[in-house]
Write a protein that binds this ligand. Sequence first.
Ligand SMILES: [Zn+2]
Length: 444
Amino acid sequence: MLRVLVAALCLLAPVRAQEARQYLADLLRLDTSSPPGNETRAAEYLKRVTTAAGIPSELLGPDPQRLNFIARLKGSGTARPLLLMAHTDVVPADRGQWTVGPFAAVIRDGYLYGRGSQDDKCYLAAELAVFLDLKRRDVKLSRDVILLAESGEEGADTPGIKWLVANAYDKIDAEFALNEGGFAMDTPSGTRIFQIQTTEKIPTRVILTARGSAGHGSVARPDNPVAHLARAVARLVERDQPVRLNETTRRYFEELAKVADYAWLAPLLPKLKSIEGANQVRARSAELDAALRTSVSPTMLRAGMKINVIPNTAEAQIDVRRLPNETAEEVYARFRNIIDDPAVEIAPTGAGRPATQPSPISTPLYQAMERVFRKSRPRAAVVPYMLLGSTDGADLRAKGMAVYGVPLFAENDRRAHGNDERIALQTLEEGAKLLRQIVLEVAR
Ligand SMILES: [Zn+2]
């Protein structure tokens, strides 16, 4: 009886508050900027910490400097595994733009600063804390819990998720996964909106190349490639992209419209599918508009080398994020139509991510998140969410795994990839507690 009571008390106790903080500070001090990555530093750290707790682990991958980390806690096998995943690489930091060292893990005014504190080492620290806590308390699990820390998420996914899916999928195969990519935000009226990421847009970047004949700038030529390119870019950004909803975004807009701060959305709901309705949404929020259609952002231009020399070619790079229920071919064909100029060629660029169906909101994991988040605040809304960016989750969804971006950390001040990236210590600790509750609900 006493043992039962002690066990019950242990399960109620929170993750040791300082623990996630310590892990995050340690991880932030390891410079894993990609390029070049050096994620093996983080993988070795994870190995040390888990080994000390008596958990076996593996470092693996095609590049010794960029290894992935995998460890597993065994369950009874009643249910299929739960995967906790986070990437170890971070984007570079421009030191001159920071007020603290980006790899110094400085604590100031209740915030822990460092590159990766929001993206994505906070997740890794919380997952590690929960993973070790399960082991320490000897929690009887109904399913295996796997901890995966993958390398190369930030634009170089070959050593990380793509390699793992191709070469070691059996080691990470799970019924479902918790990943980055969900966001919690507090509205002005005091509602916390937990946005659980169930799907994401697909990077579909293109290069436009206009070709013409080179010559002296004193003779204006109709085939000037700079002029053709400028026209093509202008046409692309000015034309409204078609609207298409999917099961995630349909539900997202419906649920959002119930929150007082988004009451303005309610009368627009019946019109959402039309360009007119979407344009009214755009007038209020560029982010919400980007959830309704494929987005087109020109980001780089290149042409010419001297003011009096007409160049042969001119090039524009366009960051296109397409809806998951639209094919790349559809997008290219539409762009060709819009540009309507044989002198301008459209070519895809970059690795990209696979197209996938949204992960269902009917799984025990989604429902556990819903319960935990609702209980956590007097005024909480829980909504399925389509990420406008992209994550490693897409590659696992393509294998049939249900993957969720779990909104653990409520942070309206998003600094991922920005200067002075930081996380509030209180937010971090709350996030680790929420994660622990979710994992216990679904894996015990
Ligand atoms: Zn990330």
